[in-house]
Design a protein around this ligand. Sequence first.
Ligand code: MG
Length: 370
Amino acid sequence: MKITRIAVHKVDLPLEHPYWLSGGRLKFEVLDATFVRIDTDSGLSGWGEGTPWGHTYVAAHGPGIRAGIETMAPFVLNLDPRMVLDVERAMDLALPGHLHAKAPVDMACWDIAGQAADMPISDLMGGGSRTPAPIASSVGAKTVEDTRDVMNRYRGRGYVAHSVKIGGDVDQDIARIRDVEAHRGQNEVILYDANRGWTRQQALRVMQATEDLRVMFEQPCETLDDIAAIRSLHSAPVSVDESLVTLQDATRIARDGVAEVFGIKLNRVGGLTKAARMRDVALAHGIDMFIMATGGSVLADAEALHLAATVPDAHRLAVWACQDMLAKDIAPGRGPRNRDGHLHLPESPGLGVHPDEAALGDPVAIYESS
Ligand code: MG
């Protein structure tokens, strides 16, 4: 089987509500999504998606994905998409780094490999859990009262996992954490995500002031060095998200005890193939995982769900449904959807969901083998 054609679509995915990163930084309203269709000489086609969470979140943006695919396409055409490691190596040789541009190509290849094997991607990867995966809410409220209201709205829809965005004013953050913990439901997973919003001393002030609550924080500071530097000065469990980009980051975090949880976002780390290695590092070192799309449609959520299903249930804390934050659906009625705060693994071969091509418009680029 050979890749004969790569078609690239650019689609604006408007958010239902404007979004502010933790601490009120950096508002955005539209996600710049790239959808990739890979065709083969066998007649099978696969779909990939690359949708960064805005261009202000991490070093990734939509135009970079499309430019990266333009550079890599000549090296990917004519490869067998089922040989995902060959495709990965070709992309890494053609364009070192630029992981977010590689992820949608990797995803489309896994989609084809799954269809060719007549198996869902997670089963092809070795076995997918059918336990419904809890979806983490994204609570971007600012005050104590707003936070309580937003979380209760999510609870009303069945959510048992919450990512509460903090990382702004220290005293306000402490007050919000204390209030959330006072109203915590039984068996709820709650993560306090600072999105790099604090300096070291700000992080320490919050983490030390809430030590009695034994709550979990995500990405309290900008870098791994910062998070490592304060590690011995507080007792809270830490999840690393934005600073977990490469396999070397994963091994450093595990070896040096920088964090107890990985937040693996597939587009950021370069797709399923690379993310699966981080999963294995985590499992080898007793590190639990949040596994999520970086952003995007039901396709991106489905990809993350397949990887999450290969993690033993006890070590998978939650997934995400970014699709629920969008005002546009590019695959109406298809793929894994939020059911009572959980996503259920699709049983159809490959990714388990393809977009409605009419909703994508014409491709902005087509690369074909000669
Ligand atoms: Mg996060």
